[in-house]
Design a binder for this molecule. Sequence first.
Ligand SMILES: Nc1ncnc2c1ncn2[C@@H]1O[C@H](COP(=O)(O)OP(=O)(O)OP(=O)(O)O)[C@@H](O)[C@H]1O
Length: 255
Amino acid sequence: MVGSAPILETRKLTRFFGPVRVTGDVDFALHPGERRAIIGPNGAGKTTFVNLLSGRLAPSSGQVLLAGQNVTAMSEAGRIKQGMGRTFQITSLFPNLSVRKNVFLAVAEHEGVAWSMFRSAAAHRDQFERVDELLGRVGLADVAEVKAQDLPYGRQRLLEIAVALALRPKVLLLDEPAAGIPTSESHIILSILDTLPKDIAVLLIDHDMDLVFRFAQRITVLVQGSIMVEGTPAEIAANERVRKIYLGESDHAAA
Ligand SMILES: Nc1ncnc2c1ncn2[C@@H]1O[C@H](COP(=O)(O)OP(=O)(O)OP(=O)(O)O)[C@@H](O)[C@H]1O
């Protein structure tokens, strides 16, 4: 990773809401295949930062670069086409369609294949194989025919990951994939994250510190919209300022 060009980068990225600076002068770089987490106290600006990366929000100033290309003015849809994958806290699934159909539509969209009721199954064989592979990867093969809306919330989050992967992202932004999942089950998310293709850079935001510290190779700590410190999980766990400001008294010795 050292020496490789960043796949995702921000330069002096800044966002105001009215008079309040919620993101301030953020210089950030994520490298191909990296496993990174962003942590910070409530209101630190984590979700705003991800929204600026994905194009959901426009910055007040500064730049976002994806694979070296300045995408600051590009729409969210445009960035997805360029390889910026994302899961959403608010689900973006088709609730009435089956798990399999949700993933199929994403695969077909990515490959530019128009879905037709009148097409033979054989014509879609490659897409069906890809759908099966993705369902297996996120552990949803056994519920492939269940409607998305009938899945427990945690498994809907897994389906979102499958849909995001169907678009073959270079970068995957995961905003609270473990939200709504009991802490005792967050290891399921971790094991899915472990199976993600190694060439995809993954940026995780989550409040589950066990998940964050087990997942990340590096952690970026955001405080009041700016990067306070970056480092390995061991460095962050040992950082006095982080412990005081964010982790408090709890001990998250890097697992
Ligand atoms: N659309 C908006 N309009 C005005 N203020 C906003 C808006 N969105 C977020 N904020 C403010 O920006 C700050 C950062 O919010 P953000 O949701 O990005 O933080 P966060 O670190 O993701 O918080 P949490 O950990 O609680 O999810 C907060 O003070 C929030 O109230």
